[in-house]
Unconditional design. Sequence first.
Length: 336
Amino acid sequence: MITPKVSPWKRSRVEELTEVLNSDGVVGIVDVGGVPASNMLDMRSNLRESMKITMAKKTLIRLAWINSGRSSEELDTLFENAVQPCIVQSNLNPFELFIELEKTRQGRSAKEGELAPIDIIVEQGPTSFGPGPIVGEFNAVGIPAKIDKGKVAIQKTTTVVEQGQPISGDLGIMLAKLDIHPIEIGIILTGAIEDGFFFPASTLNIDLDQVRTDIITATSGAFNLACNMRWFSEQTMPTLLTKASSEALAVAVEAGVANETTAPLFISRANARALALAGQLDSSALDEELSAALGAAASAASVSVASSATETVVETAEEEEEEEEAEFGGLGDLFG
């Protein structure tokens, strides 16, 4: 039996890829198909601090994947629709990784024979081009154009290519002139694995702000329910004890139970009632201490009333000034 020879560099490369796949954190597959080299360098430099992207042939990635003890079925799912797969490793969680990689998405001009990812629509309206041969070039690729008010204008909104249909080279050039770049490129995450759990890309595309709001709302509702049904736990005990203490104090005050907690309340209530009763008596029936107390109470009340009156006057003056300014603006508008 003849054993096929394997190049040493391939063995070494598979070992390197296996080491990457066995490293800590999140491991996934990204597709970089169609990304120009210059764009790829910029994207990788922006992502270098948060993740590591390793390029290799599909065959070598598959061998390393099997060597790392991972499921080949998961890899088949990750490879699905991936033109040029690469390994990505990061300390971000899968959702954060997905968000960071989504930021790399951008459009580029279509090339001959590429399939339209969506319906390509050219909207009606003027362009920045002046009269010239470009009118015929637009019409030649199915974009209805004419001269209108000294500019080239698209006559009507037109679907020039339907989703899944090939794009001609000439159409791609004319779409680029209209700043329509239908081919989406970027470092696209096809899926990720964290602690043995597989996350397809479709499950990672979520609204984190909405999820955070939903969790806060659910937590608040659960806490209120637990408190109302007297569910004792580390989280609810402080609130339940505070509520019980407040209710016990109210019962003690109404029942007239005197202790070090309720006594100050009883004294304060008795003092207020005494002052109210003294205010109804003739001044000759009051001693100096009670008269002074009534005077202090009356002064405090007058200060409060004066403060409220001042605030009312200020608010009225501000409103009058606003009305005068509005009227003055109206006369100015009337006379130009």
